[in-house]
Write a protein that binds this ligand. Structure first.
Ligand SMILES: C[S@@+](CC[C@H](N)C(=O)[O-])C[C@H]1O[C@@H](n2cnc3c(N)ncnc32)[C@H](O)[C@@H]1O
Length: 266
């Protein structure tokens, strides 16, 4: 069972803590259970299992070279103020956000991903402010944030409309958001992350770009400032002879997209 309790973050915002008591881990050990390598896990279970190997996954290097420059440019354009890294995972952008002097609440559904984020960011300064929560039901006040960053979480979530409603609610009028994700045309079937107990496959939703745009616009809260679909041929990093074969064989197929949003003032 997943137990829930109310807690308060270090910056005073109340939040819902789900202590996902390794339900996924226990169920993979159950006699007669399908081995982890043959199952498709829901996001909250899959990332719990995949967390220890996430930063070593070949795709983590891919995003570091191809997505990070886009995110870093956006971070540099933000004004100081509180924000949220939504679906932050192990915190690949935590250092950049902190170096830019931004106050960030790190939100993820997976406790083990957040634990790694915390471990990676010990040292001088306040520890990262983390909250274990579902992006479809955020435990924050209306207009709590000036900005939201959300990199590659939507493709693990079945109802993106629920996420955009929550983003619209917690983002203050005039606030900004950057959302990136794997492009639905990229020829993969599901997120698959190597781990000590085999490859962990995680339920993945290929939301069409028009669906994403429709769901954003349906909130009535956002204006799209920029939408870009990145093809393999225009990526700054695509090493030859690596296992990214699907990318190399279809250079004109979009691999990922980014959408920059402005929260309407009225
Ligand atoms: C592909 S990882 C990306 C992590 C991080 N944003 C990055 O750029 O490395 C997707 C993350 O979304 C989180 N996630 C998936 N579904 C979620 C949900 N409904 N609510 C909150 N986080 C979720 C997962 O636990 C995982 O950490």
């Amino acid at each position: 069972m997943i137990s829930q309790r109310k807690s308060r973050s270090s910056n005073g915002r109340s939040r819902l803590l789900k202590s996902a008591d390794s339900h996924a881990l226990r169920s993979t050990r159950h006699p007669g259970e399908i081995p982890a390598a043959q199952r498709i896990f829901a996001a909250h279970e899959g990332y719990d299992l995949a967390a220890p190997g996430f930063d070593q996954w070949k795709w983590s290097a891919f995003w570091k070279h191809n997505e990070a420059p886009i995110v870093e440019r956006w971070i540099a354009s933000l004004h100081a103020g509180p924000g949220m890294d939504a679906g932050c995972g192990t915190g690949v952008y935590t250092k950049s956000l902190r170096s830019a002097g931004l106050l960030c609440t790190e939100v993820d559904i997976s406790g083990p991903m957040l634990r790694i984020l915390r471990r990676k960011h010990v040292g001088p300064g306040a520890p990262p402010d983390v909250a274990q929560a579902d992006l479809r039901m955020l435990p924050f006040a209306d207009a709590a944030f000036d900005w939201i960053l959300c990199t590659r979480a939507l493709s693990n979530i079945g109802r993106p409309g629920a996420v955009f409603s929550e983003f619209a609610r917690v983002l203050r009028p005039g606030g900004r958001a950057l959302i990136t994700d794997v492009h639905p045309e990229h020829p993969y079937t599901c997120t698959s992350i190597p781990s000590e107990i085999g490859c962990i496959s995680i339920q993945t939703y290929k939301h069409g770009i028009s669906t994403i745009v429709h769901e954003m616009e349906s909130t009535g809260a956002f204006a799209i400032r920029d939408l870009h679909e990145y093809r393999a041929s225009e990526l700054p990093w695509l090493p030859a002879g690596t296992p990214f074969r699907k990318l190399q064989s279809s250079e004109d197929t979009p691999v990922f997209y980014s959408v920059e949003l402005d929260r309407n003032r009225a």
